[in-house]
Design a protein. Sequence first.
Length: 182
Amino acid sequence: MQDDRLLVIVEDDEAFARTLRRSFERRDYTVLTAADPDALTTLLADHDPGYAVVDLKLGQASGLLCVRALHAHDPAMLIVVLTGYASIATAVEAIKLGACHYLAKPSNTDDIEEAFRKATGEKADGDVDAPLDTRPTSIKTLEWERIHQTLAEAGFNISETARRLGMHRRTLARKLEKRQVN
């Protein structure tokens, strides 16, 4: 039986997971945490959460694996993906795999609850008055999105990503250091 206020947080950053946990507990959620896909699988064997917050990058693993597992466990579960390095490609994949929303870090508990509310229809599903960005996407943003997409496709393997992009591994490592992947 699903517990309506049971939330699972899948996050490998212990400090951030602890902060989110405390914040949701103050809002009367029962919170469970998992640091990786294996821990999530173990957790789902004994619990049936109604909500999930999943970090996109979990060490060397992809949070998209967790989104797929959570959605397979319960298609009605509301899943929000958080990431420090958002891209169109991963947002689309997260939604295809069953996430109800995708938020860029820094996001707080209010942002996450708002995403849950939007998914349950307590608010409109979309905002037709959202401002349209008239500025074209910059070359740096396009490059970063391409790197991110290839990194995700390569299972977050730096060497394989560099090979697929046709760049030296060190060059890719320097680019990733400038813009941390979370």
